[in-house]
Design a protein around this ligand. Structure first.
Ligand code: HEM
Ligand code: SF4
Ligand code: SF4
Length: 388
């Protein structure tokens, strides 16, 4: 067994022990670990709703020249939401901490599918789209921090511009697209708001790709778990209320800021290593994660999947295997001319997991796994029953 396989085995063992302990406290019906994919999805809905409420009062401008006369900009509008709107501080806190919770639950979900070996072969698209979703979520969270327009926002914006400037050829264009011009201006803030909201909605498209090959993805935890998830966020909101830093001034030089490790860790890296090394590390980690599901034989010995096969002479086109297949690996195609039936089942081998669900679904003995014929399964079951 390779060191990699050993790591996966230990990771899985750790999760199983943890799962067992959670089952004892919460019972298997309400164990949140059995809904690890649904947890970030729940927090996404919370973020959409709380974000909508914040958006109603947010003003995306950086111009603070008239602040003494009470003219508002991004920072003062956030302060207004926080101090003047009933429950504004709570909604702001929910939005901030639900974002952190989403990142934590995404990492939990990714580790769970990784350690249970549910990320390779016919599941590569879910893994790959998951990495894209994670990168998007991190960037959306970072743009959220720019929107407050306190000293931290200014420092982060300048660090991002510095990071873009280090990219050969496309760096200056990226910088201009990011700032919506040459320098930080009101247009920049409108751009940040557009990126923050636009990318958040694009997550829905990313999630559609994530789910498209799963017949019945578990997307919602039971209500009792939702209440607990929400109560946890509220507890943190009241224990650690959100405050902004000092208002950003364009000619000021912020010296440091409070860290949110879930979203801002890349900035800590940017601060710690030279610019070239920063991009190398970020790109290397992202590419390595995207390529993890490839059949790397030095990492893991991959057993080829024996895809199911349809016995066309027996298929009546009843659709049952198509409806039951968990991985959308069966298509119903028009039957050849002269057939008594309109449609026949066909298996897409690259999507098939060899799980055998379709074999059980077919009442006509018309679909088999190549190395496990229906008759052989019947014989094995009979043998076991007779031996008892
Ligand atoms: C916005 C963030 C994400 C959400 C809302 C999400 C949601 C989900 C849901 C609801 C499922 C179905 C789970 C089930 O039916 O048991 C799922 C499956 C899956 N997800 Fe995610 N996911 C996200 C990010 C990720 C990430 C970052 C990865 C890994 C890099 C990932 C990898 C996978 C894989 C491999 C599966 C298939 C697992 C299986 O077939 O058992 N997802 N996801
Ligand atoms: S064995 Fe059958 S049910 Fe399972 S993935 Fe393949 S086609 Fe779908
Ligand atoms: S369940 Fe059997 S008979 Fe029905 S479409 Fe599938 S293979 Fe054909």
């Amino acid at each position: 067994m390779s060191a990699y396989e050993q790591l996966i085995k230990s990771g899985n063992k750790f999760f199983l022990v943890f799962e067992d302990m959670t089952n004892k406290v919460m019972t298997s019906k309400y164990n949140p670990l059995y809904y690890h994919g649904a947890l970030p999805q729940f927090y996404l809905w919370v973020l959409f709703l709380s974000g909508l409420l914040l958006f109603a009062y947010y003003i995306p401008t950086v111009d603070n020249a008239y602040i003494s006369k009470g003219i508002i900009n991004a920072w003062t509008s956030v302060e207004y939401i926080n101090d003047k709107i009933p429950f504004g501080a709570v909604v702001r806190g929910i939005h901030r901490y639900a974002g952190d919770a989403m990142v934590i639950t995404i990492l939990l979900h990714a580790l769970r599918v990784w350690f249970t070996d549910r990320y390779r072969q016919y599941r590569w698209l879910q893994w790959f789209s998951g990495i894209v979703l994670l990168v998007m979520v991190l960037f959306i969270g970072q743009t959220g921090y720019y929107l407050v327009w306190d000293e931290r926002s200014l420092a982060l914006t300048r660090m991002t511009v510095y990071a873009f400037e280090g990219i050969p050829f496309i760096g200056p264009t990226l910088k201009e697209l990011f700032l919506n011009g040459d320098t930080i201006s009101n247009y920049t803030m409108a751009n940040f708001l557009f990126i923050h909201i636009g990318l958040s909605f694009s997550l829905l498209f990313g999630l559609w790709i994530h789910y498209v090959r799963m017949t019945r993805p578990v997307m919602t935890p039971p209500p009792a778990i939702n209440y607990v998830l929400m109560a946890l966020v509220l507890a943190v909101v009241f224990m650690f209320p959100i405050t902004s830093g000092k208002i950003a001034t364009l000619n000021g030089t912020p010296t440091g800021f409070e860290m949110d490790w879930f979203f801002l860790a890349p900035y800590a890296l940017l601060n710690a290593v030279p610019l070239g090394a920063y991009w190398l590390i970020v790109i290397a980690i992202t590419v390595a994660l995207c390529l993890l599901p490839m059949p790397w034989s030095f990492l893991i010995k991959e057993k080829p999947v024996d895809a199911a096969e349809v016995v066309l002479s027996k298929c009546v086109g009843c659709n049952l295997c198509y409806l039951d297949c968990p991985y959308q690996a069966i298509e119903m195609v028009p039957a050849p001319a002269g057939s008594r039936f309109k449609l026949l089942a066909t298996v897409l081998p690259y999507r098939c997991s060899g799980c055998g669900v379709c074999v059980g679904a077919c009442a006509f003995d018309a679909i088999d796994l190549p190395d496990l014929l229906d008759s052989a399964v019947d014989a094995q079951v009979k043998q076991i029953v007779e031996a008892k």
